[in-house]
Design a binder for this molecule. Structure first.
Ligand SMILES: Nc1c(NC[C@H](O)[C@H](O)[C@H](O)CO)[nH]c(=O)[nH]c1=O
Ligand SMILES: CC(=O)[C@@H](O)COP(=O)(O)O
Length: 216
């Protein structure tokens, strides 16, 4: 029988050797929080599975998706500033271990990424995952935010040279959103796209580091 669909992402067989050195930020909106939480947990699980260290995952929140591009831009700039301030000669370079300077007190229940008491790598972010859940309402608000956020996040990654993963669901119904977080209410729970975003962050961060220095 023919496959029901040809859609889907072909997973890479390869693992990324340098994953344990990567520093990844996840910035998530708090609108539609049930779905957000599942997506963020999925992204974190994938990062850990790829070998990213818990203490090198930074979690931040913003109110809504509209705030994501601005927050990503500021975090990327802040990460570069932290790395530059980490006095390379005394502390062993931009990957020196120092007490982490950032944390996310708003979030609980996720397996311990970066608290202020763990030693985390102070280096610029290798990738940022922007997570939001937009669900169509009755006005044009949805269309404006979807358009602004998608273009904004693309601009941030091209302007900064740091990969920004588009972890934003643009759903027409609650069920569409739930199914894309593995929380479907029907027989099919759906697939948690957060996992794909974690994997995309590691792939992009690893390849960008290599390609950027001419190792192609
Ligand atoms: N309706 C949704 C929003 N709306 C809020 C905006 O993103 C923004 O925070 C506000 O306009 C202030 O600038 N955000 C979502 O992430 N998801 C929604 O469904
Ligand atoms: C995504 C939105 O902007 C949204 O859910 C707003 O709903 P409404 O258009 O009914 O105000």
């Amino acid at each position: 029988m023919a496959d029901k669909t040809i859609k889907g992402l072909e997973p890479l067989a390869q693992t990324f050797e340098g994953a344990s050195q990567l520093r990844i930020a996840i910035v998530h909106a708090r609108w539609n929080d049930k779905v957000i939480k599942a997506l963020v947990d999925g992204a974190i699980a994938a990062l850990l599975k790829q070998g990213v260290k818990e203490e090198n995952i930074v979690l931040k929140t913003v109110p809504g998706s509209y705030e994501l591009p601005f927050a990503c831009q500021k975090l990327i700039a802040g990460g570069k500033a932290q790395a530059a301030n980490a006095a390379p000669s005394l502390l062993g370079g931009a990957t020196a271990n120092l007490l982490s300077l950032v944390d996310d007190p708003a979030r609980t229940g996720t397996p311990g990424p970066e608290s202020s008491s763990t030693a985390a790598a102070v280096r610029e972010f290798d990738a940022v995952i922007a997570v939001g859940v937009l669900i169509k309402g009755s006005t044009m608000h949805f269309e404006y935010i979807c358009d602004a956020v998608s273009h904004g996040l693309m601009r941030v990654q091209l302007d900064t040279g740091t990969p920004v993963v588009f972890g934003v669901l643009t759903a027409l119904t609650d069920d569409q959103a739930l199914e894309r977080a593995g929380l479907g209410r029907g027989e099919n729970k759906g697939h948690n796209h957060g996992e794909d975003w974690g994997n995309a962050a590691v792939e992009l961060a690893s390849n960008a580091a290599q390609w950027g220095k001419g190792a192609i």
